[in-house]
Structure formats: C-alpha cells, structure tokens
Design a binder for this molecule. Structure first.
Ligand code: AR6
Length: 188
C-alpha cells in the first residue's frame, strides 16, 4: 500500500487520512490523547506539550482545579500555545481491558465530544491522532473503525462549522490500518 493521502467528502466536510506528526498540523485545533490528570505524559501528549510550550499546561491546570480530573470519553479545549494549531482539544480515551468493559463506547464518546467541542467553538478544521492505540493498548484495527465511523456519523447527522477533519497517523502501520478501515466503514 502506498502513502498517498486518503480523502472522502461527508456532507460537505472533507475527511482525510495522512501519515505524519500532529504537532505540525495547522488546523484550527489538534486533538490530544491525554490522561485524566491533564498534566502531560508520553506519546502524542508529551509531543504536544513539548511543541506547544507551558501555556497549554497552565490552562490544563486551571481546568482540573475548576472541574477535577477529566473522565474517559470527555473533552476540554485550551490554547494551542506555540503550536501552528490555535487550540488543543484534550480528550481521554479508554484503557483497553479486553473489549468488554465499555471501551468502544468510551472511544466513540472521546471522538464525539471532541468534534462537538470544535463545533461549539466554531472551528473549521480539526486533526485527530489515533486515540488509545498507544500506551492505552486499544487494538488499532478496532479503534480505526470506531474512530472513522464516529466521525462520519457526526458529520452526517448535522452541518456544523467543521469543514475539515484530518486523521494524522504517526506510524505506517496505523496509517495503513485507518486507510483500509475507511473503505470498510463507508462501504466504498
Ligand atoms: N503525532 C501523531 N500521532 C502520534 C504522535 C505525534 N506526534 N506521537 C505519538 N503518536 P499514545 P494513548 C501516536 O500512547 O494510547 C500518554 O502518556 C502513537 O504512535 O500517545 O491514548 C497520555 O498522557 C499512537 O498511534 O496515546 C496518556 O497517559 C497514538 O498516537 C496515555 O499516553 C496514541 O498513542 C494515552 O494513551
């Protein structure tokens, strides 16, 4: 399989799948696969805080002071700090415990809440990483179907400010898995 970007149109919104580093995306928002403490971590979370600088952590601390830890499936928005993206939407995916502990519903919720927050803030473009498939151990094949079907359902159900959704996959295997899953999900 090649490395050319995959794109579809859903209800006027472009949805694309690319391989790359999400910290370099100049969409209105990038989504962070955070943990409930919102204090940074490894993986994409670490990369976003490193590239975005201390302003992001400062806002995360204020959010946690105000509302407590962020449960899995929920999302909050902060500045993008020094990132090319104006905002970071922090969401918490589920930790994989075998698949019968509500993981799929929590993962769906993480994508849905992130898109909802982007729409509430009138954003036009948002980039996602592959939430939960790193440290949290969610199998990529299953996560890809949940991620793409949730985004497509959200975009089909209502017209919002969002005109572009980009899945930015870091490694080739994840990129290829999402590219294959989109055909399955759309039936095209
Ligand atoms: N751009 C895009 N994707 C990336 C990047 C990047 N710069 N860096 C890594 N990935 P993970 P999780 C991919 O572990 O499974 C953190 O410590 C990575 O290859 O970042 O939701 C948090 O603080 C993988 O495909 O997130 C939490 O404690 C995907 O991002 C915990 O890990 C997700 O991997 C969250 O675990």
């Amino acid at each position: 399989m090649g490395n050319s970007p995959v794109q579809i149109k859903v209800n006027g919104t472009r949805l694309s799948i690319i391989q790359g580093d999400i910290t370099r995306q100049a969409t209105d928002a990038i989504v962070n696969a955070a943990n409930s403490g919102l204090m940074g971590g490894g993986g994409v979370d670490g990369a976003i805080h490193r590239a975005g600088g201390p302003a992001i952590l400062e806002e995360c601390k204020q959010i946690v002071a105000r509302q407590g830890r962020l449960p899995a499936g929920k999302a909050v928005i902060t500045t993008g700090g020094n990132l090319p993206a104006k905002h970071v939407i922090h969401t918490v995916g589920p930790i994989w415990h075998g698949g019968d502990k509500g993981e799929a519903e929590l993962l769906r919720s993480a994508y849905r809440e992130s898109l909802g927050l982007a729409a509430e803030n009138n954003l036009t473009s948002v980039s996602f990483p592959s939430i939960s498939t790193g440290a949290y151990g969610y199998p990529v094949e299953q996560a890809a179907k949940v991620a793409l079907s949730t985004a497509i359902t959200f975009l089909r159900e209502k017209v919002t400010s969002i005109k572009e959704v980009v899945f930015v996959l870091f490694d080739l295997r994840t990129y290829e898995t999402y590219s294959a899953a989109i055909h399955e999900v759309t039936g095209e």
